[in-house]
Design a protein. Structure first.
Length: 267
């Protein structure tokens, strides 16, 4: 796979994230994760909001999505994400005029010119590349606990007839463990007992009212699951969407905000 240099045109925002992949793997992809920079939206959606389900000007969102496609050199399929674990195999029909927005939290593409697009504003985007195919998953805690990453790797391997050890993954920016406060229901979803004892990915910290809460490491939970699948390579970005308001949208921080996109296509 290529290094991060040259994945998007030089005149695009310098702070867009460009994934690092394992060197000399021979897989050519275009991939990036956007930030707040580089779009035309205004107000709380400024400026690179790609979310059509928020109350942004639809014309601005259309233009922002068009900029994403120009950077990729491909048509991008944006999903109606529902915090589930369904994976969609992208087809040309998904980019035809008037096509319904597909409901899924992950997608796979084996077609050059047809790009995967994952929207986030605190949840973790994970991009995948394998010989002959790419994929992306929207991994909030619900989808992660339901197996969205495992389902995505399985679907990608099935689509391109490869094994998990031929798949590479890249974790984008999400809410960090210092900011991601969760309750006992989240621990239960990952099979952990709610207690004041810290565990590998959950640090106990009562809130201001003295109620039990935990700080969750979403990226760490995802990496653990990917490692169990014995992927070829797992890279990750640095940053916290909640803690960097000038750079990233964060639903937990702002409630009214835009959405960023992690996108990938076969070169």
């Amino acid at each position: 796979m290529p290094s991060e240099a040259g994945l998007i045109p030089a005149d695009w925002p310098e702070d867009w994230l460009r994934p690092h992949w394992a060197p000399d793997s021979g897989i050519a992809v275009k991939a990036f994760m956007s930030t707040r920079s580089g779009g035309v939206s205004q107000g709380p959606y400024a400026s690179m909001n790609v979310g059509m389900a928020v109350r942004d000007d639809p014309a601005a969102v259309v233009e922002n999505r068009a900029r994403v496609e120009r950077a990729l050199g491909s048509r991008a399929v944006f999903l109606q994400q529902v915090h589930g674990a369904e994976v969609l195999l992208l087809q040309d029909q998904h980019v035809q005029p008037g096509a319904a927005v597909p409901v899924a939290d992950a997608s796979v593409s084996t077609t050059p010119g047809l790009a995967v697009a994952i929207q986030v504003a605190d949840c973790l985007p994970v991009l995948f590349a394998a010989p002959g195919g790419v994929a992306g998953a929207h991994a909030g805690w619900r989808g992660l606990s339901l197996g969205v990453l495992e389902n995505t790797v399985e679907a990608l391997c099935k689509a391109v007839h490869c094994r998990p050890n031929q798949v590479q993954a890249w974790l984008g920016v999400c809410i960090g463990p210092q900011a991601f406060e969760v309750g006992a229901e989240v621990l239960a979803a990952f099979g952990q007992t709610a207690s004041p004892q810290d565990s590998e990915f959950f640090r106990f910290q009562a809130n201001a009212q003295g109620e039990p809460r935990w700080r969750a490491d979403l990226a760490g939970l995802a990496r653990q699951r990917l490692q169990k699948m014995e992927l070829n390579y797992i890279g990750s970005a640095q940053g916290c969407s909640y803690s960097e308001p000038s750079r990233f949208f964060s639903y937990r921080r702002d409630s009214v905000c835009g959405r960023m996109v992690a996108a990938i296509s076969l070169a």
